[in-house]
Write a protein that binds this ligand. Structure first.
Ligand code: GTQ
Length: 351
């Protein structure tokens, strides 16, 4: 063995790094100095958007611009740690979309997957690849990657929903494609309710082959989801961390609603005081019923109906509610799972 070379002094190190820089190289031992790589530390911040605070701005947007002009009239929820970046977490985009009576949000398609969760109004619909899904409060609607979609409001009141898209993730992968339809509204060639009837009865057409892994049931009405939660609550004790939590599934796979994003609905029974929990995926939550709170680190966020909050990935947090409360949530967990990266940690009090 040769004797170890004497260590270069600081000036030599600096000069070396400069020469490396000119070669488009970096020194790994320098970049990592002082960085704790033992576990994730998301730069995203916990955040809350109160519906009551946003609603007036949404009304103002309604007066300022028409949906057709705006293409999508959306107020985007920006994580306070990423101002101007149009993302609620590292991976997820979230926004509130308003469609006024008689308006149309014109037809297009893109490689981002979109989830919608209806917060207010009824009598609007989203058309997805030739079939309409009518919207009522609490309904969860999926617009899979590359599916044609347009929205219309045929009621006499405003309709507002939460959009959650995988836009930051798809952007990071440099896989953004987008196309406008040649007409504002696509042709409807299937009767209303066809997809839920064909795919939502615990049966599939023999030989069915899914497209791009997304659920063929693109509309999950609140009445059915809420009834499932209530039935679970009658038959099962609440989980120490999650209360009673159910995932919306793709009936063709039993897996998440789409390959990039999954959604859940959960009931926190009155008096629920959840144990601490963390998982690698980040989540956007919308409160549907009741009031409660989430403690994230040493911050406590109080939420009520239609409020939206985010929990960054791998951040220890706990949910609680004094009255029965229902939360809708979206995360990029399917991506973590597909890549073998997903982890969770529970801090149950009784171990
Ligand atoms: O409704 O298609 O919030 O394309 C952002 C991008 C909604 C939509 C958003 C979109 C849409």
């Amino acid at each position: 063995m040769n004797e170890a070379a004497p260590r270069a002094d600081d000036a030599d190190q600096t000069a070396f790094q400069q020469r490396l820089g000119a070669l488009n190289l970096g020194a790994l031992w320098v970049g990592r100095r002082g960085v704790d790589l033992s576990q994730p530390k998301s730069p995203a911040a916990p955040a809350l958007w109160r519906y009551g605070d946003i609603r007036p701005s949404l009304e103002e947007a309604g007066r300022l611009i028409r949906a057709e002009e705006a293409f999508r009239r959306v107020l985007v929820m920006e994580n306070p740690a990423f101002p101007g970046e149009m993302r609620a977490t590292q991976t997820l985009y979230a926004g509130l979309q308003l469609v006024l009576p008689g308006e149309i949000a014109p037809c297009h398609r893109h490689s981002q997957t979109a989830f919608r969760f209806v917060l207010e109004g009824e009598g609007a619909f989203t058309s997805v690849d030739g079939e309409r899904a009518w919207m009522r409060r609490g309904d969860f609607i999926v617009t899979p990657c590359w599916s044609w979609h347009d929205h219309a409001n045929e009621s006499d009141g405003p309709v507002v929903w939460l959009d959650v898209l995988d836009t930051p993730l798809v952007g990071f992968l440099d896989t953004v494609f987008r196309e406008s339809h040649d007409r504002p509204r696509q042709t409807i060639d299937r009767p209303d309710g066809m997809s839920p009837a064909r795919f939502g009865a615990g049966m599939l057409p023999v030989g069915y082959e899914g497209s791009r892994g997304a659920s063929p049931v693109f509309s999950y009405p609140y009445g059915r989801s809420r009834a499932a939660l209530a039935a679970l609550a009658r038959s099962t004790p609440p989980d120490a961390c999650h209360g009673l939590k159910m995932a919306y599934v793709n009936p063709a796979t039993g897996g998440p609603a789409t390959p990039t994003m999954g959604a859940c609905l959960q009931l926190l029974p009155a008096g629920f005081d959840g144990a601490d929990y963390r998982a690698t995926d980040s989540a956007v939550y919308a409160a549907v019923e009741g009031r409660g709170r989430v403690r994230i680190g040493d911050e406590t966020i109080e939420w009520g109906p239609n409020d939206v909050f985010v929990v960054p990935g791998w951040r220890r947090h706990a949910l609680a509610a004094d009255e029965d409360a229902v939360l809708f949530s979206v995360s990029e967990r399917p991506v973590h799972e597909a890549l073998g990266l997903w982890r969770e940690e529970r801090f149950d009090r009784q171990g």
